[in-house]
Design a protein around this ligand. Structure first.
Ligand SMILES: Cc1ncc(COP(=O)(O)O)c(C=O)c1O
Length: 399
């Protein structure tokens, strides 16, 4: 018998080597108690959270929590069914209405996660014989959506406008074309040149899907994302997003102005063949999205936090993923996995949690300490964070 697990031997060895060096396991941290959007008890320590994607700090918003409690009382714990059968409650319609209002778009469709939104929309609209042109650094859910749909997949170098155009021009005349981009790329925290890319995609007869998972709520005047900030949102055919970041709960969605969009509800398998989100989750999401429409003060403070952290880490001598702060993600590049894990542990011991990211999730084989800021971090907390980075960086020999 061939052991089907033998394909995991390399990753098992990597993990054993890492733990043999005596570091705490960076991939099995337990949050014993969450005190606020920015603090938790982790492995027994009071810890500042700087790796949660809770960009707008909505997880503890009193109105959001109350909406969830009310929905639990009035609708029960779960729907036990698909959206197309018994799984559409008033709350599902309500959160879709909130999304249409938030984005000023005609259609909104909610999925159980952002992963399923990409999986469902991409695989359903781009099938055999169609072409998908996408950034090589796209999220796993985008790649998996492409695979499920069986379209011809043509990747191009990250954020390279010319490379994208070249590939588009090579596609046979008359074929269906979908360009897939992200607003913010979550590993390095850099943004896409959507203005040029969307224009070129349209000139070449392609439909455009933009995943705005890491920009919703924060980037753009109304928090609609990078497409809004760069003035091209009206030319984007599909925006994918998630409730698991700025919205502060769980779920995924697609918004669109396409006149035939509603047919998706009958033909999109990752929407049809799974249970819908629990009533408490859609109620928290709808309340959060409506509050994010009025979040301009929070957006401004989050930009200040991002600039303060980026500037401070640069001044300390850390190498960062972007020269300027472009989003709420600040990625600190580590020389290798061993030292990255040592630095991650040193930060944790000082009371700071960040994400350790490694290949294959990261581009160019990089090990990263990914920091994601929250609108609820105070300026003092960011200064404390910088102090912790300085001490840990010197102790581990990174700076
Ligand atoms: C760009 C991008 N798209 C989609 C997703 C999936 O979102 P969810 O957590 O809701 O499944 C993520 C999550 O990490 C993401 O970073």
């Amino acid at each position: 018998m061939t052991d089907l697990f033998s394909k995991f031997d390399d990753i098992i060895a990597m993990r054993e080597n890492l733990l043999a060096s005596g570091v705490e396991d960076p991939f099995s941290l337990v949050m014993e108690k969450v005190l606020s959007p920015t603090r938790a008890i982790c492995n027994g320590r009071d810890t500042i959270l700087l790796g949660t994607y809770n960009y707008m700090g909505m997880t503890f918003d009193p109105d959001v929590i109350q909406a969830g409690k009310d929905a639990l009382d009035n609708f029960g714990a779960g729907t036990t069914g698909s959206r197309v059968l018994n799984g559409t409650y008033r709350g599902h319609r309500d959160v879709e209405d909130a999304l249409m209002e938030f984005y000023a778009m005609d259609h909104a469709m909610v999925f159980s996660t952002g992963y399923q939104a990409n999986l469902g929309i991409i695989s359903t609209i781009a099938g055999k014989g169609d072409y998908i042109v996408l950034d090589i650094d796209s999220h796993a859910s985008i790649w998996d959506g492409c695979k499920l749909g069986d379209a011809e997949v043509v990747p191009f170098k990250h954020n390279d406008i010319e490379a994208m155009e070249k590939r588009l021009k090579r596609i046979p005349e008359g074929a269906g074309k979908l360009v897939i981009l992200e607003g913010v790329y979550s590993m390095l925290g850099d943004i896409a040149p959507l203005k040029e890319m969307v224009r070129i995609a349209k000139e070449n007869g392609a439909m455009v899907l933009v995943d705005e998972a890491h920009s919703m709520g924060f980037i753009g005047e109304h928090g609609r994302g990078v497409a809004e900030a760069q003035g091209v949102i009206d030319d984007v055919d599909f925006i994918i997003g998630t409730f698991s970041k700025s919205v502060g709960t769980v779920g995924g969605f697609c918004v669109s102005n396409h006149p035939k969009f509603e047919i998706m509800r009958l033909v999109c398998r990752p929407y049809v063949f799974t249970a819908s989100l629990p009533p408490s989750v859609v109620a928290t999401a709808a309340t959060s999205i409506r509050k994010l429409m009025h979040g301009s003060n929070k957006r401004a403070h989050l930009w200040e936090n991002s600039k303060r952290l980026h500037g401070g880490l640069t001044a300390l001598g850390f190498q960062l993923g972007t020269k300027e702060p472009q989003s709420a993600i600040v990625a600190v590049i580590m020389p290798d996995l061993q030292r990255g894990a040592a630095m991650w542990e040193a930060l944790l011991h000082e009371g700071l949690y960040v994400n350790l990211a490694r290949p294959p999730a990261t581009p160019a084989n990089m090990t990263l300490l990914r920091c994601s800021l929250c609108a609820e971090h105070s300026a003092e907390q960011v200064e404390t964070i910088l102090g912790i980075f300085e001490r840990a960086g010197k102790a581990v020999g990174i700076i």
